[in-house]
Design a protein around this ligand. Structure first.
Ligand SMILES: Cc1ncc(COP(=O)(O)O)c(C=O)c1O
Length: 406
């Protein structure tokens, strides 16, 4: 059989062709020109960006851009290798110190992406005799990390502390470490882990707790440290993993911990050791962005005002949304076909959201996944609400009375 003749590939090729036949390819959009954190030119049209994870709008923040430009000018375009082979730049260590300080932790480790941070931390801390107990709706990077280990992987029902407790109970008396992995805010539906309850279960069973704060860093907590800060359980979290690609507006990932031997991971963790380190320009912009998060809590206030505007506005019009308010606002549509049609119509109307389809979504949901930005203007959000409502009505996903009720 030729390489791409397998049933899986042929099915994928067929499904992708069917989506593309409706119009633009939702998985291949080109931003011809990005004008600001909330606007780009797409297919020649000015388009409002509501699908970027750019929660605090820092991608054009002058202090970040200036820091990146200076580092580019003075240190060059890239490190051309991993930190254990080529050495660290001063900026890598400086960023790690800044992250450790921000989280009030002993140590921090920076990775080249958030994906690699999860791959690296989860796959390295779990030994062959250990147990990884992960939420069923975990991000692909957590699932992929599990594939890299010889540990036993156990899934518990999404956001269900009783199920987590039950599964840990079954392991009572077994020798290996029990490592629970959850996310602060789940990337598809935007719901938060019941972290206080989970931390209590972790304590009860003497387990370890890893929290991926990818979507909650900069968004939740008085200081922007994420869900653990809001839930008041930071002391129970053994490893916080996160990304620089959302609130911090760049690329990269990190893990912070108080574990005294944490730094040994630098010579054990393959996704850290065997890939090139972040370029100095990115390190500089992320360091500047972290300072902005600390200095300007009003960005978080503005983000939450915008979250309320978008979530309440869409709900008022009768759209079915994710269960909890947050920077990810997921609009449910009845079928993948309707979601594709709605996504296309939105793009043609100058609104860019993410299309999320099964099997990448929980419970086979078909979603228009919106992400809110502190830099969205009231006018932009009103246009987004109006356009999504109109499109949902046009494709038959929203009835006239519900639409009129808005
Ligand atoms: C929960 C979660 N963890 C990790 C990642 C990976 O982050 P990155 O895109 O920075 O590699 C993502 C990306 O969307 C995510 O949603």
């Amino acid at each position: 059989m030729a390489l791409f003749d397998s049933h899986e590939f042929q099915e994928l090729i067929r499904a992708h062709a069917a989506v593309k036949a409706i119009g633009a390819d939702p998985f291949g959009v080109t931003m011809e020109r990005v004008v600001s954190p909330t606007e780009a030119i797409v297919e020649g049209r000015p388009t409002i960006l509501v699908g970027t994870n750019n929660y605090l709008g820092l991608t054009f923040e002058p202090s970040c851009v200036a820091a990146a430009a200076d580092a580019l000018e003075t240190q060059g375009t890239g490190t051309t290798g991993s930190r254990i082979a080529n050495g660290s730049y001063g900026g890598h260590a400086g960023l790690e110190e800044a992250l450790a300080r921000f989280y009030g932790r002993r140590s921090a480790m920076v990775f080249t992406t958030g994906y690699q941070a999860n791959l690296g931390i989860i796959s390295t801390i779990a030994g062959a005799k250990d147990y990884l107990i992960i939420d069923a709706d975990s991000h692909a990077s957590i699932y992929d990390a599990c594939k890299m280990t010889s540990a036993t992987v156990i899934r518990f029902k999404h956001n269900d502390p009783a199920d987590l407790d039950k599964r840990l109970q079954r392991l009572a008396g077994t020798a290996g470490n029990k490592i629970i992995v959850v996310e602060g805010i789940y990337s598809m539906l935007g719901d938060q882990a019941p972290l206080a309850e989970m931390a209590a279960i972790k304590r009860k069973h003497g387990a370890y707790l890893v929290v991926d704060e990818a979507h909650s860093m900069g968004v939740l907590g008085d200081n922007g440290r994420g869900l653990a800060e809001v839930a008041g359980v930071e002391a129970d979290v053994d490893f916080v993993v996160g990304t620089f690609s959302k609130s911090l507006g760049a690329i990269g990932g990190f893990c912070v911990s108080d574990h005294p031997d944490f730094d040994i991971l630098r010579i054990r963790c393959r996704p850290y050791m065997f890939t090139a380190s972040l370029p100095p320009s990115i390190v500089a912009s992320v360091t500047a962005a972290l300072a902005v998060i600390e200095r300007r809590p009003e960005l978080r206030t503005r983000l939450w005002a915008n979250i309320n505007t978008l979530y309440d506005g869409l709900k008022r019009h009768g759209l079915l949304l994710g269960p909890q308010k947050g920077p990810v606002v997921a609009v449910h549509l009845p079928s993948p076909e309707m979601a594709v049609a709605a996504w296309q119509a939105l793009l043609q109307s100058g609104v860019y959201v993410n299309l999320a389809l099964p099997p990448a979504t929980p419970n086979g949901a078909s979603l228009l996944r919106c992400s809110v930005c502190a830099a969205h203007s009231r006018h932009q959000l009103e246009r987004v609400i109006e356009t999504i409502t109109e499109v949902a009505y046009q494709i038959g996903a929203l009835s006239e009375p519900a639409r009129a009720a808005g």
